[in-house]
Design a protein around this ligand. Structure first.
Ligand code: NAP
Length: 524
């Protein structure tokens, strides 16, 4: 391990000195406590962090996009230089296998470089220019120019289930930094060591590229104490979160109660319905069951896109169920990310199994401490509608199969809460024939998948990883892909300003050569 682990927070370019222990990394399964102890940031240290972020904002937000891009690329390089540390510590803290940790590190660095490309090119600011018309009757028109500008310091809560891609230097941090916002990260108790390794890499990059102190801080001490203090601090201007519905809604409430309410972009619970229509079943129920089993059990089911609900026509699909049952019964239990997630999985599957009208189709053998066993339950649309609690997330490798006629399935979809994804297995003719069902999916999900499964989120400019509440707190946004940058911005218009006083993006000569909308016409 080349990164020394000190157990202290990163307050800008300093390390915290408080001595209150808030926890250790814990090896899932064995429960072994890992060294060092992690120390909670004190109230004074939170205040220092916020003061540094406030001071960094005007400097950082006014740096040219190319300079911020250099910072993002440097973070990616620094993270790559400690990938062996990440893999070593990550396996101990999360039980995630080495290939997953390497893959997630690569994805994290890829995201940083994607945002670097975006801000280096510069057109993302959506610059719009309307020239003055002093002679317009009955009233003259003033010169008006607008573009997106960063909001200010952003609080980012790390996710338990993505120690890299949705944590210290994950998508929320990358998009906030790209937009020009300083970031204050609240480390997750599940992987404090990985957080320290990545935070050290980010700070090295910030120093090497001459970023203002306070552009990036990482605090230990948990979300409920330190995280809440950051969210309620007047300097904070937005929040990025991935975790439970209870945690996300608590933050939405805190943010709304501030003297100045701020936006919270929380990704919470989603059960990602999969609809199987007759033509898809006719193409091969066994192959469909195999592919579904792979998606359900990937990563011990601990993905926000895990397919936790399947709608199956009641007059079809017996072979699908038989194959799925045999795969589940023979499946191995897997070690889950932490003891709390494992317990929550056991509790939620027991609750579904005990719901009137639900039968257990298959459950794998119980595992050892910290392990979750795949499970499949079956019910009817009628019982699903009678028990709204069956829409609650079972965070792990479990799914509920709901059977009914296509009309009943459509009615059930129309009763559902917002989802990150909805998957439809069908023929093109069925797409046309069942437009009401397709509309119901479209109303409720951020991403519609045709003849595929929801796990695996491509990082690219057209990805939408968001959806109506409660899948996220604000269905107008995405936390993955280049559109994620817009969450941390607001549009500002300049009226009748002298050219030299305008941001370069809006100056008449277009010195950055970006794409703009000039008098209603796209111009390069
Ligand atoms: P969590 O309990 O919501 O915790 C995530 C972060 O939020 C932690 O830093 C936590 O801090 C903080 N937090 C929780 N409640 C808070 C509150 N009232 N005020 C301020 N901060 C708060 O989520 P988790 O530990 O990652 O996993 C628990 C469950 O969440 C899982 O079993 C699963 O059901 C769900 N989950 C869903 C997704 C998804 O993408 N759908 C992803 C991960 C987890 P503390 O350490 O102080 O609690």
């Amino acid at each position: 391990m080349i990164t020394p682990l000190l157990g202290t927070s990163f307050i800008g370019y300093s390390r915290s000195t408080s001595t209150e222990i808030c926890g250790h990394g814990i090896q899932p399964g064995s429960g072994t406590r890992l060294e060092p102890a992690y120390l909670a940031a004190s109230a004074d240290e939170v205040a220092q962090t916020m003061a540094l972020a406030a001071a960094a904002f005007p400097v950082f937000s006014n740096l040219p996009g190319k300079t911020r891009a250099t910072f993002l690329r440097s973070i990616a390089k620094e993270i790559e230089s400690v990938v062996e540390d990440i893999v070593e510590r990550g396996q101990l803290e999360t039980a995630l296998p080495e290939p997953r940790l390497r893959g997630e590190t690569a994805r994290t660095c890829g995201q940083l470089r994607m945002f670097a490309d975006l801000i280096e090119e510069g057109s993302w600011v959506d610059a719009r220019i309307e020239h003055a018309q002093p002679d317009r009757a009955p009233l003259p028109k003033p010169d008006l120019r607008s573009m997106l500008r960063p909001l200010g310091p952003v609080a980012v809560f790390c996710a338990s289930n993505f120690p890299l891609a949705y944590s210290v230097a994950g998508g929320d941090s990358a998009s906030a930094l790209a937009s020009g916002c300083p970031v204050i990260v609240i480390a997750h108790a599940s992987h404090p060591g990985v957080a320290e390794i990545v935070a050290s890499a980010v700070i090295r990059a910030a120093r090497a590229t001459g970023m203002p102190e306070g552009v990036f801080s990482v605090l230990y001490g948990g979300g409920r104490k330190v995280g809440q203090a950051v969210v309620q601090h007047p300097v904070t201007q937005a929040v990025g979160f991935t975790g439970s519905r209870a945690g996300g809604t608590a933050l939405m409430e805190s943010a709304a109660k501030r003297a100045q309410p701020i936006p919270v972009y929380a990704e919470m619970s989603s059960i990602n319905p999969v609809v199987l229509l007759p033509d898809a079943l006719d193409r091969g129920e066994e192959a469909l069951a195999e592919a579904f089993f792979g998606s359900l059990t990937l990563g011990v089911g601990q993905f926000c896109t895990n397919p936790g609900l399947v709608f199956l026509p009641s007059d079809r699909g017996d072979t699908f169920l038989t194959r799925l049952q045999s795969r589940i019964e023979a499946a191995a239990p897997g070690t889950m990310l932490n003891a709390a997630i494992c317990q929550a999985f056991a509790d939620s599957t027991d609750a579904v199994a005990a719901t009137p009208g639900v039968s257990t189709l298959a459950r794998a053998q119980p595992g050892g401490p910290g392990q979750g066993s795949p499970a499949v339950f079956v019910t009817t649309v009628c019982d699903f509608l009678a028990h709204p609690e069956l829409q609650h997330e079972m965070f792990g490798p479990a799914t509920l199969i709901v059977r009914g006629s296509i009309e009943e399935i459509t009615a059930a979809l129309e009763s559902m809460e917002g989802q990150l994804t909805a998957s439809l297995h069908a023929s093109e003719a069925e797409l046309t024939a069942h437009s009401t069902l397709i509309n119901a999916l479209q109303q409720r999900a951020g991403r519609l998948i045709f003849n595929g499964f929801p796990t695996g989120v491509e990082v690219c400019s057209s990805m939408v990883h968001g959806g109506p509440f409660p899948s996220t707190s604000d269905g107008r946004s995405t936390s993955v892909g280049t559109m994620a940058i817009f969450r941390f911005t607001r549009a500002i218009a300049w009226q009748a300003f002298p050219d030299a006083a305008l941001p370069l993006e809006l100056q008449e000569a277009n010195p950055l050569a970006i794409r703009r909308l000039v008098d209603g016409q796209p111009c390069a």
